[in-house]
Design a protein around this ligand. Sequence first.
Ligand SMILES: [Zn+2]
Length: 463
Amino acid sequence: MIVPVRPEESLFAERALLPDGWARNVLIRYHRTDGRILEVARDSAPGGDNFAGIAVPGMPNLHSHAFQRAMAGRAERAGGMDDNFWTWRQAMYALVARLDPDQIEAIAAQLYTELLCEGYTSVAEFHYLHNRPDGGRYDNPAETALRVARAAQKAGIGMTLLPALYARGGFSGEPLGPEQQRFRGDPAFLSAVADAVISAGSDAGGLQVGLAIHSLRAAAAPDIRDATQALVSRDPGAPIHIHVAEQVREVSECFASSGATPVEWLLDNAPVGETWCLVHATNITEAEVAGMASRDAVVGLCPSTEGNLGDGLFPLRPYLDRGGRFGIGSDSHVSVSPAEELRWLEYGQRLVARKRIVAAGDDSPSVGGTLWRAALAGGAQALGQPVGAIGEHHRADILVLDHEHPRLEGRQDDDVLDALVFAGNGGLIRRVLAGGRWVVEDGRHIRAEAIAGAYRRVVRQLY
Ligand SMILES: [Zn+2]
């Protein structure tokens, strides 16, 4: 017997976080095939295909290097020297040297299932692992990019794919080192990758292609200009992401070679605006805070990775005071939880300021609510996709919370988000709808077994 698949389904939520606040008895109709929300109706009678006590928008993850998931928790041994970002980078290069496309795909698929279980429903993949281990090109220039896109499809997570410009070894134009040859990507190569991904992915909803500039140390001004112009002529609204001011050494080398810090240089020399995402910005001045906020760009904050690598701390309060926009990313994936990312974003500020309640203010007193909402909006802007909101035409990315969980007893409205962010880890997300498909049931990804099996094989090969 053939069971007909109805393209339209619905979700009834007793309480739902909508773009203008919490609403009661919300009926959400969505399309299974294109994965978009068709209609959101308040004060509806219970009914439809699915019931939720509490529904909140899934979180966009604006910064990921999927392959690095395989080394999470494996770089925590003293190295007999001054361990820092640069020694960690050597460990990362050692992993990169061994990965083949099958392994890249298996690691990414495992990561994406874990992100979904924790509440991320879309991800911006900052993709710089372009070439063969010996630095030569694959027959298909988009080989590895297509693998991470396929991993996203397998897991059911929405993706913005950002092939990265990576063309030099340092600010003085040093050539790439042997261990960096896998990353080599100039503007012409990136256009070829984008074309291949777009033509291969035309049947896959929820895939947006943009551009990453690895960093100012890895790309010179003419290449940045050519790559951004090529992208804008193809898709004017496509996102552009760059690592910036993550490390003190990077800032001082940039200043020595150009007379400007990385953020100053970008604001003066690149068309930084709403389509841009400046990732980290952990070592910046007050003037740079003001400059970034005034351009309406998004700052991509990754507190768990920035803490793990000893990067520094982004000045959140002054930035928010100037109306600055931010989103969160799991970057190296030492954490796969948006709640943990937001918690550490707030805790880092408290530790430095020696006070409580930094991100919230009079107009939005809940810290969890303020952070979750801001990261939804900033993440959606950075991904260049209609995500991060339960609203018509948006991607149907919804977290169904376990309203019977003891941690949520008696919690109303933003109290729920305070509990989600500040009352512990895991257990609150019962089901996840991503792109109109239920991909997490009872806290478990529907393809967990097969995807984890492939990942385990890769780990045994690598370690
Ligand atoms: Zn990064």
